[in-house]
Design a protein around this ligand. Structure first.
Ligand code: NAP
Length: 251
């Protein structure tokens, strides 16, 4: 049967793959054998170099996922480039911070559109192809705020709680048809997304004191979970939200 974690010959779309967690997810999948379609609004040169160093191909697609306009073209271009689509990682996401009483409609819509609406329609577009071929792996990037309320991030909490619900809904509809839909919920990871928290000495100390592992996550810490959920090893895992959090939720 070979290595159940082997992704050789598979093609994976990773959104927001130019930096942070998305880049690490793309590299981990490539190191396990997958070719990568790196989707985002910024240049993918660094990620393309890292994927090439892992011996795999990386095709970049420029797309702004604040609307669903590019969604069907992303799937079509993937199929035209690699002739297949086996894995979708919905990673691109944004956060806006303000007290609930001051929160604007713009900050609400921007986060929900990118983190939830585009995620659903990318799942739909990739899912249609995967259902037709009777196989596929979808991994949505959730958050601790898929389980907890958070503070001063109402649209982010709503979006990531929504991602968890959506992951379960899609698993219910597609598990019997060969498509696995799961999510990874990262704890506190050192990326651009959390730069403000890391720079705030008081918040930084409070966060570190609460993490049993005693450190921020590094993007590469997510790789194993992604390879597992993208591979044959997880064929009977459906609708699961896998926390990779240094023990944060266990506290
Ligand atoms: P990041 O460094 O800010 O990366 C976010 C990625 O999303 C970037 O590639 C960004 O592209 C892309 N993106 C944002 N808006 C986009 C748009 N409209 N169209 C296309 N791409 C867009 O943050 P990160 O920490 O790696 O976050 C990745 C995911 O993990 C997000 O969904 C985030 O919510 C989630 N997450 C992060 C943490 C954490 O502790 N870091 C914890 C839980 C969940 P640009 O570089 O062009 O902006």
């Amino acid at each position: 049967m070979g290595n159940p974690f082997d992704l050789s010959g598979r093609a994976a779309i990773v959104t927001g793959a130019n930096t942070g967690l998305g880049q690490a997810l793309a590299v981990a999948l490539a190191q396990a054998g997958a070719d990568i379609v790196a989707v985002g609004r910024s240049a993918m040169d660094e990620t393309q170099g890292l994927v090439a160093a892992a011996g795999r191909r990386c095709h970049a697609i420029k797309a702004d996922l604040s609307t669903i306009a590019p969604v069907s073209a992303i799937v079509e271009e993937t199929l035209a480039t690699f002739g297949r689509l086996d894995i979708l990682v919905n990673n691109a996401g944004i956060i806006r911070r303000a007290d609930a009483v001051d929160f604007t409609e713009e900050d609400w819509d921007a986060v929900i559109d990118t983190n939830l609406k585009s995620v659903f329609f990318l799942c739909q577009a990739a899912g249609c192809h995967m259902l037709a071929q009777g196989a596929g792996k979808i991994i949505n990037i959730a958050s601790m705020l898929s389980f907890q309320g958070g503070i001063r991030v109402p649209s982010y909490t709503a979006s990531k709680s929504g991602v968890a619900g959506l992951t379960r809904l899609l698993a219910n509809e597609w598990a019997g048809r060969g498509v696995n839909v799961n999510a990874i919920a990262p704890g506190y990871f050192a990326t651009n997304n959390t730069a403000a928290l890391q720079a705030d000495e008081t918040r930084n100390r409070a966060i570190l004191e609460r993490i049993p592992a005693g450190r921020w996550g590094q993007p590469a810490d997510l790789g194993g979970a992604a390879v597992f959920l993208a591979s044959r090893a997880s064929d009977y895992v459906h609708g699961h939200i896998l926390a990779v959090d240094g023990g944060w939720l266990a506290r």
